[in-house]
Each structure stands twice: as C-alpha cells, then as structure tokens.
Design a protein around this ligand. Structure first.
Ligand SMILES: [Zn+2]
Length: 427
C-alpha cells in the first residue's frame, strides 16, 4: 500500500476524532467528507437527497438546529448547511464508463455520548487529538471507518483506468441507536447495488486479525417513552397526584423481568431515566430511553411486545399516561456465503494480517444489517468484515484503535475487494 493512503487515513481519523458528533448532527463531519470527495472530482449527494424522511427515527429537531448553528460557527458554510436540508450523511459515485457491477462501500460517521478519558497515557491525549467536545467521543471507531472510506474512494479514483462498473461510497449518519441506515436504505440508495461491503474496527478481532461476520447481529428496537403524571402537593394532598417517576421506576423493574426466550438470546436495557420537577411536588413527567434486542426478528418482536404491555399496565396501575415512540431499529445479519468466500480470499492476501474464523457470536447490533437486507432483497450480495484492534471495550472512555496498524488492514480488504469485483484485470 502506498504510504500516502496510510498517512492520510491516520490524519483524517485523528482530525475527525477531535470533532465527534452524535447521530443526525454530523454536519462538520459531512462537510469534511463532502469536501474531500469533491476534491477527488466525484459527484456527491448530501443530506436529505439520500434520506427517506418518512423512515427517520430518533432525530431531535432542536438538537439538529443547535448542531447546524454550532457547525456554522465552526466554519461550515451556510449554503452547504442549507443544501443538507437539515440531514447529515453523503453518497459519492464513481462511474468508470465501462460496463460492470455496482459495488458499494459503507462507512458510518457518528460518535458516542461518552466523555473521553483524561488519562495522559490515553493516546489521543498524548498526541493531542482528543475530543474537543466534552461528553462526546468517537469511542466506537466510526472516525476510523470514515477515514478508510475516504481513502478507498481516493484509491478508486486514482485507479479508475483499471476498474469497470460503478463504485458507490456511502457515508451514513446516526448508526448509534440504529437510525441512519433505515432511512438511507428506504431511500433506495443500495437498490442498484450488486456487491455491498462494510465493516467495523475491533469487536472480537484483536490487532492484526481480520475476518467476516456471518451472524451475530442482534435485531433491536429502541424506544423513547414519555410518561405524563399529575402534579400535586407532596405533603398536604399527595392523593391528588399521580407520580410519573414511580411509574417509570416500576416499568424499569418490570422490563428487566421479561421472561427469557427459548428461541434465542434476548437483551433489555433502560439507558436513561429522568423524572420529576421539584422535591415536594408529585412528579408530573418522566422520560426513558430504552432498548430491546433479540437473536432473531421474532425474538426481538417478542421483547418489543412486552414493552408496550408493561407501559400499558403501569398506566393503569399508576394512573399515568405513557407514550411509547420507536426511536431506532435494526435487524439480524443477512449472510451471503459465496460472497464471504470471496472476501476471505481477498483477506488471505493482506500482508501481515491473520484471517480469523467466521464470527457469529451474538453481541451487539449494527444497523448496517438494514442496508445488507435491502441490497439482498434487490438481488445483490452483502458482506460485513471485522478488522481488529486491541481495545478496552467499545463505548468506553479509553477506547482506542491503533489507527496506524488497524486502518490499513481495512483499506487493503476494501481495495482488494474492489479489484476483485470491479477490476479489469481480476486480482
Ligand atoms: Zn460502532
């Protein structure tokens, strides 16, 4: 691999690491990505052009408006922000002008709501590229994913004469909470795709290891729940109040008590709960952000069914009114064994990397599954790769990815895949 691809990838990743943006607010990141793709001479569609707005979940208008102001103050031109229509993400297309397949590469761009470690030994602190935005951090490695996607696009442009067909570069917003892929897939951007590939840094893969996943994504549904109670004086007339706080607490306990399911693994998490107005007032409001997961679609639906029943039950018992809103969604991984054979073949040729057995342990969720399912439904094939790093756990304050070693492995797999699928001389 040319040193300049590696150097650029590392520089881009570290630049993005300093400016983490949470889902649906990635305006600075989208502008940065758009600018680089434009420099390459690629046509790029941004924001709303790639989004089916009817399928958008978990997007907060106020958060978006604030993010646009913040991005403008940080140098993103006003006309660019207007052109996004308030939606983040972008898609670039390389037309080679020669007949051949359509191959898509997908990178996610959002960060996690976690405060980066201030340990001086944590590499981003040591080298001065830690998050400048307190409480937000690229602690899942999506900064690395975006960096790889951009350099794969540059490689493709610089090797256009050796390629056929069409290559698409998808930069997706809001992966965390399983939101962005759903809206982009529903806009049809992978409907013409013959081969779709994406991946994740870390996971179960250690530094130097690469492999494909043929299962293991949990289907998941995210919910925002608002509970409306009735306020009253907590001392002289508590009987006139209906506590949203107590209802939320009861619901939280009941949710963790949903019976396990013999048909597959389940998960449930109440991640945030805020409630109440003042010490001596019966709490009139509560808000929960929660999620369920299942090893299959059916098991996930089983979990989701309980969520609605539990809040309906709590409404009756506590005389409150719950509003349950779906805030995100993903599905299980659609495996395409033949394509995985090809990807593994490409992986065997990556110098210095070790191919690990196919990964399918039930673990997290990844909304890329929705792109993959959509591509397969439209006659394409899809693959998801892992490229390892030695991390201390995703979504943790000291997460790091050894970018100089891990990112080149992903780059090698993606460009090798591009050569295999769209190369004039088959690699
Ligand atoms: Zn992630």
């Amino acid at each position: 691999m040319l040193k300049s691809y590696k150097d650029d990838m590392v520089a881009i990743r570290r630049h993005l690491h300093r400016r983490p943006e949470e889902g649906w607010t990635e305006f600075e990141t989208t502008y940065f990505v758009w600018s680089r793709l434009k420099q390459l001479g690629l046509p790029v569609t941004i924001g709303k052009a790639n989004i089916n707005t009817a399928e958008v979940l978990g997007r907060d208008e106020k958060l978006v408006a604030d993010a646009m102001k913040r991005a403008a103050a940080h140098g993103v031109p006003e006309d660019f922000l207007q052109a996004t229509g308030g939606y983040t993400g972008c898609v670039a297309v390389l037309e080679t002008g020669r007949p051949g397949p359509v191959t898509a590469f997908r990178s996610d761009m959002d960060c996690v709501i976690v405060r980066e470690s201030d340990d001086p030994e944590h590499l981003p602190n040591k080298l001065g590229f830690a998050s400048e935005r307190p409480g937000l951090m690229h602690s899942c490695g999506h900064d690395g994913h975006t960096a790889v996607g951009l350099e794969v696009a540059r490689w493709a442009v610089e090797h256009k004469d050796a390629l056929c067909g069409k290559l698409k570069f998808i930069f997706q917003p809001a992966e965390e909470g399983c939101r962005g892929a759903r809206a982009m897939a529903a806009a049809g951007i992978v409907d013409d795709v013959d081969y779709f590939i994406s991946g994740h840094v870390g996971g179960v893969a250690k530094l130097g290891e690469i492999g494909v996943m043929d299962g293991g994504f949990l289907a998941s549904t995210k919910f925002d729940v608002d509970i409306a109670g009735t306020p009253a004086h907590a001392g002289n007339a508590p009987q006139l109040g209906h506590s949203a706080l107590m209802a939320a607490c009861a619901a939280s306990m009941m949710l963790t008590g949903i019976p396990r399911n013999g048909d597959g693994e389940t998960r449930v998490s109440v991640g945030t709960l805020s409630a109440g107005e003042g010490r001596n007032v019966v709490p009139a409001h509560a808000r929960l952000q929660m999620e369920v997961r299942g090893e299959t679609e059916e098991v996930n639906q089983y979990m989701g069914g309980y969520v609605y029943d539990i809040f309906a039950g709590v409404d009756k018992a506590y005389r409150v009114k719950s509003t349950v809103v779906k805030a995100g969604e993903s599905t299980t991984l659609t495996a395409c064994p033949e394509l995985l054979d090809t990807v593994e073949d490409v992986m065997k040729a990556v110098p210095g990397a070790r191919l690990i057995p196919r990964v399918h342990v039930p673990s997290g969720s990844e909304d890329c599954a929705l792109f993959m399912r959509r591509a397969v439904q439209h006659g394409g094939q899809a693959a998801f790769i892992l490229f390892g790093c030695n991390h201390h756990g995703h979504h943790r304050p000291n997460f790091d990815i050894q970018d100089e070693q891990s990112l080149p492995n992903a780059f090698a797999v993606y460009t090798g895949f591009a050569q295999r699928m769209n190369g004039l001389k088959k690699a």
